[in-house]
Design a protein around this ligand. Structure first.
Ligand SMILES: [Zn+2]
Length: 299
């Protein structure tokens, strides 16, 4: 039996124990009250690591068998255990998270390899594990404040799919990274608020449904942008399964996305793609973080 701990850091922390690639027991959450938001943004990085180590220690419990791996999913660019960038958790930017957490765990008597993974990649891994398709290419778009792109199996690279260029219009400059023409500059929540100064994104989608022309045109652009990003990845890595999740996945209309995608992908061997919406949850990413860590620890 393999045992691992999976942890997800978003605007909160969730940790759980995996036995043979399945979640067992209760999840631990910080803050415990789900109504408390923004608990992590101002937290010093050292304190964050201590909370992670404490949760992992609790989940490891009194089990005398060593843990096989610890997997931590974080938003941002992650390479070799280092968080190279994390736009929503500035304090961990540049942090050698795998190493520092490893030290905090050793101080608690836990010697397990720590593996840090991008949160969207961990969702892709979690989906692949849940559907018993770990041998297949699985891709995930996460639609939230930013736009994330994740894939399983892990391959070396940056994979900032949310910043793929989907338009040459120089006026498209709402991306949080500052880049012109980016997917997130159209689809991201923050970007939509900057575009529609008079309406919240929820109101834009609601008014589009009621037939408002300006909102309807934007909702169409939003779907075309996602289709363009998806089409680009189909042309690079092939058709296959794409999943859509995240806090704002409720804005997505799959038939509209599909109709735009069909105008963009015309080579017949590439047309066998499938699209599916997944309700956002923490468990999938948590499972994926653990599964990714186990896979990495045996490579
Ligand atoms: Zn960007």
């Amino acid at each position: 039996m393999t045992t691992a701990i999976g942890v997800v850091i978003t605007e909160h922390i969730v940790a759980g124990r995996l036995e043979d690639n399945r979640l067992v027991g209760k999840l631990l959450r910080h803050p415990e009250d789900p109504n408390v938001s923004d608990a992590l943004t101002a937290m010093p990085a050292g304190e964050l690591v201590e909370i992670l180590a404490t949760h992992i220690g609790t989940l490891a419990g009194d089990d005398t068998r060593p843990l096989d791996a610890v997997g931590v999913a974080v938003p941002g660019i992650v390479r070799h255990g280092v968080v190279e960038d994390s736009p929503n958790l500035h304090q961990i930017k540049g942090m050698r998270l795998a190493e520092e957490l490893g030290h905090a765990l050793i101080a608690r008597g836990i010697a397990a390899p720590v593996y840090v993974v991008n949160d969207a990649d961990s969702i892709a891994a979690g989906v692949a594990a849940t559907r018993e398709q770990l041998d297949r290419l699985t891709r995930v778009w996460t639609i939230g404040n930013g736009i994330g792109y994740g894939r399983w199996p892990y391959v070396e690279g940056v994979w900032e799919g949310g910043h793929i260029t989907v338009t040459l219009d120089p006026k498209e400059r709402f991306c949080g990274c500052g880049g012109v023409g980016h997917l997130e500059g159209i689809m991201g929540y923050r970007a939509m608020r900057m575009r529609f100064l008079d309406l919240e994104p929820e109101e834009v989608f609601a008014q589009a449904r009621q037939g408002d022309t300006r909102c309807r045109e934007f909702v169409d652009l939003w779907h075309r942008a996602l289709a363009a990003g998806t089409a680009s990845f189909i042309h690079l890595a092939g058709p296959g399964r794409f999943y859509f999740t995240g806090h704002n996945v409720g804005f997505l209309e799959l038939p509209l996305l599909r109709s735009h995608l069909e105008t963009m992908v015309k080579m017949s061997p590439l047309q066998s793609f499938s699209l599916e919406i997944l309700p956002p949850d923490d468990e999938t990413a948590l499972l994926g973080a653990g599964v990714s860590a186990l896979r990495a620890s045996t490579e």
